[in-house]
Design a protein around this ligand. Structure first.
Ligand SMILES: *[C@@H]1O[C@H](CO)[C@@H](O)[C@H](O)[C@H]1NC(C)=O
Ligand SMILES: *[C@@H]1O[C@H](CO)[C@@H](O)[C@H](O)[C@H]1NC(C)=O
Ligand SMILES: *[C@@H]1O[C@H](CO)[C@@H](O)[C@H](O)[C@H]1NC(C)=O
Length: 737
C-alpha cells in the first residue's frame, strides 16, 4: 500500500518522532545480531550502496548512504559539525568544543552533547560528525577550537561526556580525526610520525579511548598519513588488529574524512575502512570504492566476508541506537538551501538557547580585574556597576554584527568572532553580537559611543574621557580546504598575534582611558603582552562562544554571572614557550616527527621552567576561595585513589570554583612534572559557605602506557597537588602506591 504523505503531515511526523525518549539503546551483541541478519539478506549492490557515499552532488546531507528500502534501511545522513547542524536553518549556533572545555564542567559538556543530539535528530541526521578530539599540539593549529585543547585528560572527559550526550538522543557520534590530525598545512599528505606507543596512547588516542567507553558508534579517519601510511588505509590505525579496534576495543564503523582516500579500494577495505564519503572524487582524493570495490571483489583481492564485515559494522551502529524505528528522515538539503525538499524544521529551542548562553558565560575566563574599592564613584575593573557609569565606549570590530553567510564555510572574520571557519563552522542565523547586547542592557542608563572600524584614531577619540571603554579583539583560524586564505592565514594561524592589529588597538585605548576592559574572542592562545598595563582594569578571554556571544558576555561584564571559566591551555607570550611548531612552507608533503612526545603545553613549559603569562587551568572569579582539610587515600576496590578537601567561599558573593588535581609521578615513571588527572565543579557556593569535595582517580588514570604491557600503574611515591590552576597549588600531599 502506498500513501501519499503531505509535507505538513511529514512535518508533524518529524516532530513526533524526533522525541528521543522513544528509543532504547542496544548492546553491541544485540546490534550485531540484527546487522548480520540484515546483511545476510542484502545483494552485493545493496551492500556497496551502504559502504559508498552517494556522491557530493547527490547527497541531501554532507554525506549520505544509499537506502535499502526493502530491508528498512534508509539513506544514512551524516552532517557537520561539532558545534551545531551546519548548512541549514532553524538551528542553534552552540559554543565550540574549546569553550566546552573551558567550562571544566562535565555537566555542561554532557548537556551540550544532549542539545546537539536533539537538534541533529530533529533535522533527521543519523550521524553527528563530532566530537572533534584532535589534540592542540601547537597553539596555532587551525581546527583546535573544534576540540578541547592540548591536555589529553581534559579532552578525554570532553570526549566521554559529549559522546554520551549526543548518543543519548539516538544520534550516532563520529569522533574525529583518527589520528594525529594536528595541523592544516599539508594535511592532505603530511605524515605525522609518532615516535613511540606511549605518546600515541597517552596523548593522541586517550580521548578516543574515553569516547569508546561512552559507547561511541563511529570514527572518522584523517586526511594525514601516520607513520608514513595514509590514516584511512593504515592497519595500525583502523585495522582489526590495530589500535582503535583491538587495543581500544572500538566496535563501531569507520568513515573516511571527505576525500581522504587514495589509491586502491583493496587497501582501504582490507585495512578496515567501512564507509567512504562523500563517495566520489573531490579533487583532493576520494572515489576509491566507486567503482574500485566492485573490481576488487571481482578480482578476489577483497572477499565477500570483508565486505560483509564493513556493512555489518555500519548497520550495527544504526541498530545500536535504534535508528530503524521512529528516526526522522532529513528535512533539509545542503545542495539547495531553499529548495522544495527543505522543510526548514526549526529545532532550535528556548532551552538550547539558554544552555548555549550558560555555556558561553561559563567558558568566559576572567584573566584580570582591578577593583578600586567601594568608595569610588566610578567602579574600575569588573564587574561594571552600571549605576556608577555614565559614559561607555564600545570599541573594536569584534564587537559588531559579523558578516553572516559570507560563504558556506564561514571564511571571513569581519565583525565578532564566535566560531572558526571550515566544516566546523556554525549557524550565525541568530547571533547576537556584543555591541547589540551591551546596548540593550545599558539602555538609557548611560551614554554609549561606538567605534567598531578598527581605526585607531577613531577608537582613541571614542574612548577618551569615558567612564569605561570595552575593547573587543579577536583571532581566528579554521580548516584548510582548497588553499584558501583568510586575512593571510591558511587554516592554521600564522602567529599568536591578535588580528587586525588588535594589540595596538588595546594599547592605544589604554593610553587614554584608565578603565579599559578587554574582551578577547579567540580560537586559542594569543599573545597578551599588554596585560599588566595599569589602565587595563579587566581582561576576559571569551574564546569562540557561539551565537549567544553578546548576551553571555554582558552577564559576565555587568556581574549578572560570576565568571568561573578556566583556560584549557596556557597563554604564553611566544610560540617558543610551547615547544612545537606548524610546518608551513615545504617542497612536498612533510614528515612531522612528534619528538616532543608527552611534552605539550604546560608539560613542556614546566620542563623548561617557563612560567606563562596565564597558566593552564587559570581563571578568576568575582569572589575568592580558600582550600583546606586535604587528605588522600587508596580506594580499596579498584586500585585508584581518592582525594578529599574542603572549598570555602571566602569572598562576598556566590561563585563556582573549579579545583583541579595534578599528579606528580614517581621519577622512574618518566611522566611530565605535573599532569592533570581530575577536576570538579563546585557549583554555586554561597558567600561564606564551605563544601566538602572528593575526587576519585581510577587506576588507569594513575597509570602510564608501556609498550607490550598496556596501562601500568607505576610503583613509588606520587605527589598529589590540588589547586585553582597548575600554578596556584593550594594543597598537596603524597601517597605511596
Ligand atoms: C607509529 O609508530 C610508533 C613507533 O613505532 C608506534 O608505537 C605507534 O603505535 C604507531 N602508530 C600510531 C598510530 O601511533
Ligand atoms: C560473493 O557473493 C556474491 C553475491 O552473493 C556471489 O555471487 C559470489 O559468488 C560470492 N563470491 C564468492 C567468492 O563466494
Ligand atoms: C592611563 O590613562 C590616563 C588618562 O586617564 C593617562 O593619562 C595615562 O598616561 C594612562 N596610563 C598609561 C600607563 O598609559
Amino acid at each position: 500500500m502506498k500513501i501519499a504523505i503531505s509535507p505538513t503531515v511529514l512535518l508533524l511526523a518529524n516532530l513526533f518522532f524526533s522525541d528521543a525518549s522513544a528509543f532504547v539503546e542496544r548492546t553491541w551483541p544485540e546490534a550485531f545480531t540484527l546487522a548480520d541478519r540484515t546483511v545476510a539478506q542484502m545483494t552485493t549492490a545493496e551492500k556497496l550502496g551502504v559502504i559508498r557515499g552517494r556522491g557530493q552532488f547527490n547527497s541531501r546531507c554532507v554525506g549520505d548512504t544509499n537506502a535499502v528500502p526493502r530491508l528498512g534501511i534508509p539513506s544514512i545522513c551524516l552532517q557537520d559539525g561539532p558545534a551545531g547542524v551546519r548548512l541549514t536553518k532553524g538551528v542553534t549556533g552552540f559554543p565550540t568544543g574549546i569553550n566546552a572545555a573551558s567550562t571544566f564542567s562535565r555537566r555542561l559538556m554532557k548537556a551540550r552533547g544532549v542539545a546537539l543530539g536533539e537538534e541533529f535528530r530533529g533535522k533527521g541526521v543519523n550521524v553527528h560528525l563530532g566530537p572533534g578530539l584532535d589534540i592542540m599540539r601547537n597553539p596555532k593549529m587551525g581546527r583546535a577550537w573544534e576540540s578541547a585543547g592540548p591536555d589529553p585528560y581534559l579532552t578525554g572527559e570532553f570526549a566521554y561526556e559529549t559522546t554520551l550526550g549526543i548518543q543519548s538522543t539516538g544520534v550516532q557520534a563520529c569522533a574525529k580525526h583518527a589520528i594525529a590530525n594536528n595541523q592544516e598545512h599539508w594535511r592532505y599528505g603530511l605524515s605525522a610520525d609518532i615516535p613511540d606507543e606511549r605518546t600515541s596512547r597517552e596523548i593522541y588516542w586517550y580521548p578516543f579511548e574515553r569516547a569508546v567507553e561512552a559507547g561511541l558508534t563511529s570514527v572518522m579517519c584523517a586526511y594525514n598519513r601516520v607513520n608514513q601510511t595514509s590514516s584511512c588505509r593504515n592497519e595500525d590505525v583502523i585495522g582489526n588488529t590495530g589500535i582503535l579496534r583491538k587495543d581500544l576495543g572500538f566496535k563501531g564503523w569507520i568513515v573516511s574524512d571527505w576525500g581522504a582516500t587514495h589509491d586502491s579500494a583493496t587497501d582501504h577495505a582490507n585495512a578496515g575502512m567501512d564507509m567512504e564519503q562523500p563517495g566520489d572524487w573531490i579533487l583532493i582524493g576520494g572515489g576509491v570504492y566507486s567503482p574500485g570495490l566492485e573490481w576488487a571483489l571481482n578480482d578476489g583481492s577483497v572477499t565477500n566476508s570483508t565486505v560483509n564485515q564493513l556493512v555489518s559494522r555500519i548497520l550495527a551502529g544504526f541498530y545500536k541506537l535504534g535508528q530503524e524505528t521512529g528516526f526522522p528522515p532529513p528535512n533539509f538539503n545542503v545542495q539547495r538551501a531553499d529548495g522544495p525538499l527543505n522543510l526548514n524544521v526549526v529545532v532550535r529551542t528556548p532551552a538550547h538557547v539558554a544552555l548555549s548562553k550558560e555555556i558561553a558565560s561559563a567558558s568566559a575566563v576572567l584573566l584580570k580585574t582591578t577593583t578600586s574599592g567601594s568608595s569610588a564613584t566610578v567602579t574600575r575593573g569588573l564587574p561594571v556597576d552600571i549605576a556608577k557609569v555614565k559614559t561607555v565606549a564600545i570599541i573594536g570590530q569584534d564587537a559588531r554584527m559579523p558578516k553572516r553567510d559570507c560563504d558556506p564555510m564561514g571564511k571571513c572574520n569581519e565583525g565578532t568572532m564566535s566560531v572558526g571557519w571550515g566544516s566546523g563552522t556554525n549557524s550565525l542565523e541568530f547571533i547576537i553580537p556584543p555591541e547589540d547586547a551591551i546596548k540593550s542592557f545599558v539602555g538609557t542608563k548611560a551614554a554609549i559611543t561606538t567605534s567598531t572600524t578598527m581605526d585607531i584614531n577613531n577608537a582613541v577619540n571614542a574612548a577618551r574621557g569615558k567612564d569605561v571603554a570595552f575593547v573587543f579583539v579577536n583571532a581566528m583560524s579554521g580548516e584548510l580546504l582548497f588553499y584558501d586564505v583568510v586575512h593571510g592565514n591558511q587554516g592554521d594561524r600564522n602567529d599568536l598575534a591578535l588580528w587586525w592589529k588588535g594589540g595596538s588597538l588595546v594599547e592605544a585605548v589604554a593610553a587614554v582611558n584608565p578603565n579599559t576592559i578587554v574582551v578577547v574572542h579567540s580560537v586559542g592562545p594569543v599573545s597578551l603582552t599588554w596585560s599588566n598595563h595599569a589602565n587595563i582594569t579587566g581582561i576576559i578571554y571569551a574564546g569562540a562562544p557561539g551565537e549567544q556571544t553578546g548576551p553571555s558576555i554582558v552577564d559576565v561584564l555587568f556581574g549578572e554571572y560570576n565568571p568561573r571559566g578556566r583556560l584549557p591551555f596556557s597563554i604564553a607570550d611566544t610560540e617558543a614557550a610551547y615547544g612545537t611548531s606548524i610546518v608551513y612552507g615545504m617542497d612536498g608533503f612533510p614528515t612531522i616527527t612528534y619528538s616532543e612526545k608527552l611534552l605539550l603545553d604546560y608539560r613542556y613549559m614546566d620542563s623548561i621552567n617557563h612560567t606563562p603569562r596565564f597558566p593552564f587551568g587559570f581563571g578568576l572569579s568575582y569572589t575568592t576561595f580558600a582550600y583546606s582539610a586535604f587528605s588522600v587515600a587508596q580506594t580499596s576496590s579498584n586500585g585508584g585513589i581518592v582525594i578529599s578537601f574542603t572549598v570555602h567561599n571566602s569572598g562576598g558573593r556566590t561563585g563556582t570554583e573549579i579545583p583541579q588535581v595534578y599528579l606528580g609521578y614517581p621519577a622512574s615513571a618518566g611522566e611530565p612534572k605535573m599532569v592533570l588527572r581530575g577536576f570538579e565543579e563546585v557549583l554555586d557556593l554561597g558567600a561564606g559557605a564551605s563544601r566538602a569535595v572528593s575526587i576519585a582517580i581510577a587506576r588507569r588514570e594513575l597509570s602510564i602506557f608501556q609498550s607490550g604491557k598496556g596501562w601500568v600503574r607505576p610503583t613509588g611515591t606520587f605527589t598529589v597537588y590540588v589547586g585553582a590552576s597548575i600554578k596556584d597549588i593550594r594543597l598537596q600531599g603524597t601517597i605511596a602506591l
